[in-house]
Design a protein around this ligand. Structure first.
Ligand SMILES: C[S@@+](CC[C@H](N)C(=O)[O-])C[C@H]1O[C@@H](n2cnc3c(N)ncnc32)[C@H](O)[C@@H]1O
Length: 336
């Protein structure tokens, strides 16, 4: 009987593979004002700057290739960036050596098992990393442990509510690709709304299976080498030799606030941002504003205070450890 190999990959492994590509490449990023993503990155830096300015010791968990640590060096006493991906850290270190900052360092580390002592940091930054941690609750307990009692945590995440209404193919769409003679892969991204979970499947179709034979005898598929389908993963699974997948639990304003509250944090404030770009696009003002990036980002931050975070693309959360809560979970974690 044919055996099917199924493997779950952790998010940090995916980032390890991605390092060296796109925004995770070893480049000294010069923000390109016409690209939507750069715009968001600049706004993020401004938001973090406002939040951690003047803090003595800052920890950036899931720092990737150094964003945003490398942009905050002049605003804080010192900053350490950690990431579970060795390759991401290698790139961050290369960028750091070119930057000349002396109060910053990068090292490999695990959010769920931090090497630091209790109360080591004045502020902790999570820039898009919380959703990628395998055990988010464990990471938050560790964060609470290493944060000073009057310390601050700041966190940026994608807003699931925005994604669910604005992304094409939100419910999932599959794609067969003919990679070489008689080798077919199948990619299927599947999203569930409650809980907000995204699962990304990458499969190898058996060329000898009924589906494999059917695809290989399809002249259009052979010509175009790609075929979009509504078949979901369960329908394709019986024809696979191998399946690799990764999972991410994501947030909306309520679920992210609840996660922090349940893990010993208080004064939780969630703001939305990232929507100004849409407004500018609709008003056909992107070109004009491109030359005035700094003002645009500042305006975006100011406007965000008035936006309903259920309608924005990104979420910015700040909170403090709750010194009054007798949080059993955090007491279980190591004291030193
Ligand atoms: C979305 S990326 C964000 C990277 C960077 N902060 C940025 O904004 O470009 C998430 C990062 O979290 C890292 N990560 C995932 N799980 C981790 C863990 N348990 N401990 C430390 N880093 C982790 C990944 O390797 C990845 O580099």
């Amino acid at each position: 009987m044919r055996s099917l190999l199924i493997r779950k990959v952790e998010q940090w492994e995916i980032y390890d593979r991605m390092s060296g590509h796109g925004i995770y490449a070893d480049t000294d990023k010069k923000f390109l004002p016409t690209e939507r993503y750069d715009w968001t990155l600049l706004t993020e830096i401004e938001l973090f700057k406002n939040a951690v300015k003047g803090c003595k010791r800052v920890l950036d968990i899931g720092c990737g290739t150094g964003h945003p640590s490398l942009y905050l060096t002049k605003d804080v006493g010192s900053i350490i960036g950690i990431d579970k991906s060795e390759k991401m850290i290698e790139i961050a270190k290369n960028k750091l050596s070119r930057s000349g900052a002396v109060n910053t360092s990068f090292e490999v580390g695990d959010a769920e098992n931090l090497r630091f002592r209790k109360g080591s940091f004045d502020a902790i930054i999570l820039c898009g990393s919380l959703a990628t941690f395998s055990d988010q609750e464990k990471a938050l307990r560790e964060i609470k442990r290493v944060l000073k009692m009057n310390g601050k945590i700041t966190c940026i995440e994608l807003n699931w509510l925005y994604r669910s209404t604005h992304e094409r193919h939100f419910q999932g769409e599959g794609n067969f690709v003919l990679t070489q003679e008689d080798s077919i892969t199948y990619r299927y991204v599947c999203r569930s709304t409650y809980p907000h979970k995204e699962t990304d499947y990458r499969c190898i179709i058996s060329p000898k299976s009924v589906l494999g034979k059917k695809l290989l005898s399809n002249s259009q598929f052979r010509k175009r080498k790609t075929l979009t389908t509504e078949m979901d993963i369960e329908q394709v699974k019986p024809f696979c030799d191998e399946i690799e997948y990764d999972e991410q639990v994501q947030f909306d304003p309520q679920t992210i606030a609840r996660l922090f509250a349940e893990n010993g944090f208080t004064d939780i404030n969630v703001e939305g941002y990232g929507i100004v770009y849409d407004l500018l696009t609709n008003a056909d003002l992107v070109g004009e504003m491109a030359s005035r990036m700094k003002e645009v980002c500042k305006a975006e931050i100011n406007i965000s205070r008035f936006l309903d975070p259920t309608k924005t693309e990104m979420l910015f959360l700040t909170c403090n450890p709750d010194s009054t809560a007798s949080n059993e979970k955090s007491q279980e974690s190591k004291e030193l």
